[in-house]
Design a binder for this molecule. Structure first.
Ligand code: COA
Length: 424
């Protein structure tokens, strides 16, 4: 099979077939409009491949997720987040030397320009940390304007990964009125973030290994997910040759929404709402099924995974362990477990293949770790940065790359003439 045939208004068109390395089949319609004048229509892009990519493979039916060929289960078990960053961005796991160098650079660049601290002062304490993160990342263009090719790009990638966790932790400290805690060179990437979040100057604070390991795992599971909404946004923005920081800020903003990364925050808000309503979770299951209501079970369902989300399976296992180690006894978690149990047995959810997704469990673990709810999506963004960077780099280095510019089918008024106002 090397082509597909399309018959349109009696005329036959032959369309090439592209087969991916895991056997995925795509019909190449890139010349269709030039040949036939027609376009394809696919609202929400559920059937549209926007690029060729060698970064991440997903088989939603079989619940497979692989970064550069490595199954997520193996990476979750045996890798550190910094290694995964290197893997995604540079295409291979680092050697010992490469890892040492990569880690050293990340440490070296984690401090932010002192002038940037002033930017935090302008926000009200109620600001959502996603707004701060996206504008700080965007502002990096002002401090590091030289985002040309070659070494500059690699240096800016390091700066971005290194400073994003500092921005995130500072935005939290600012929101609770505490002094900033500066990054420390002797800690791991997740360990340093936890230290900047929870330490208070002049008081000793040891990063609990259970928190460090849990965050390492969560960041790895967030790290990439091929052409999702935020990654496609990064590619879309970057396709106009916008710089790395501007493209990443676009990704942060796209991730923020409740149907994407914002779902982990919404999961906890939903559980709290059910708790406040006498823990009547059955009522909310019925509401989620009721088509006249716009209530959805947050943390359930996925565009791509239709049997299970492999990341959710990993997190489900680890959430019990983490909660036990932390000695957390939280009534919201019990409600979460009940929702999960009932939804998995209910015809509505079974028929539509709606299973708990990564945000369901990540919200629960972040809460148990003591992170404030409005930081959950920020954690997702920190984890997703290497994926966004890898896609931005792949797109920018593609010699055949073009600006992203979808078409549309126009359904508005046909041509009409303007009448002067007194004649209307
Ligand atoms: N609760 C209740 N019903 C849901 C649902 C949920 N969380 N998610 C999907 N459905 C229903 C839809 O109403 C639709 O029902 P219908 O066929 O009777 O009309 C059906 O399941 C298919 O859903 P659809 O919205 O077409 O799927 P999608 O691929 O466009 O959307 C999500 C995927 C993830 C956006 C969607 O499942 C959702 O909103 N989930 C909650 C938010 C969330 O957890 N997001 C994080 C994703 S990692």
């Amino acid at each position: 099979m090397d082509s597909a045939k399309l018959i349109l208004q009696g005329k036959e068109y032959e369309l090439p077939i592209i087969v991916g390395s895991e056997g995925e089949i795509g019909i190449d319609i890139s010349k269709l409009r030039a040949q036939s004048g027609a376009i394809t229509l696919d609202p929400g892009y559920g059937n549209t491949g926007s690029c060729l990519s060698s970064i991440t493979f997903i088989d939603g039916e079989k619940g497979i997720l692989q970064y550069r060929g490595y199954p997520i289960e193996e990476l979750a078990r045996g890798a550190r987040f910094v290694e995964v960053c290197h893997l995604l961005i540079y295409g291979h796991l680092p050697s010992e030397n490469e890892l040492t160098q990569f880690r050293d650079q990340l440490i070296h660049h984690s401090m932010i320009h002192e002038d940037m601290k002033k930017l935090f002062e302008g926000y009200p304490p109620t600001v959502h940390p996603m707004a701060v993160l996206s504008s700080m990342i965007s502002s990096m263009s002002a401090y590091y304007p030289n985002s040309g090719n070659g070494e500059d790009v690699d240096l800016n990638i390091i700066r971005l990964l290194a400073k994003a966790k500092t921005f995130a932790a500072f935005s939290y400290k600012k929101s609770i009125g505490q002094p900033y805690v500066y990054p420390r060179n002797d800690l791991s990437y997740p360990g340093d973030f936890i230290h900047m979040m929870f330490a208070v100057p002049a008081e000793p604070y040891e990063v609990p290994p259970v928190l460090e390991d849990a965050l390492n795992l969560l960041l790895i599971l967030h790290a990439d997910h091929e052409q999702n909404c935020s990654t496609s946004t990064v590619r879309m923005v970057g396709s106009s040759q916008a710089n790395l920081f501007a493209s990443m800020a676009g990704g942060v903003n796209a991730l923020w929404g409740a149907l994407h990364g914002g779902a982990n925050q919404k999961v906890i808000q939903m559980l709290q709402m059910i708790y406040d309503d006498n823990e009547d979770y059955k009522k909310y299951i019925e509401l989620a099924k009721d088509k006249s209501s716009d209530f959805k079970l947050m943390g359930f369902g996925h565009r791509v995974y239709k049997n299970f989300d492999p990341r959710a399976l990993i997190l489900k296992e680890s959430s019990d362990k983490v909660l036990e180690q932390l000695g957390v006894d939280d009534p919201l978690l019990e409600i979460g477990r009940n929702l999960e149990r009932i939804a998995l047995e209910d015809e509505y959810f079974i028929e539509r293949k709606l299973y708990p997704n990564v945000d369901f469990y990540s919200g629960i673990i972040y809460r148990a770790m003591g992170l404030p709810t409005n930081m959950f999506t920020v954690m997702f963004a920190l984890g997703r940065l290497p994926g966004w960077i890898a896609h931005w780099k792949e797109m920018s280095e593609d010699p055949h790359g073009r600006i992203y510019r979808p078409r549309q089918i126009y359904t508005g008024e046909t041509k009409r003439s303007l009448k002067p106002i007194h004649m209307r």
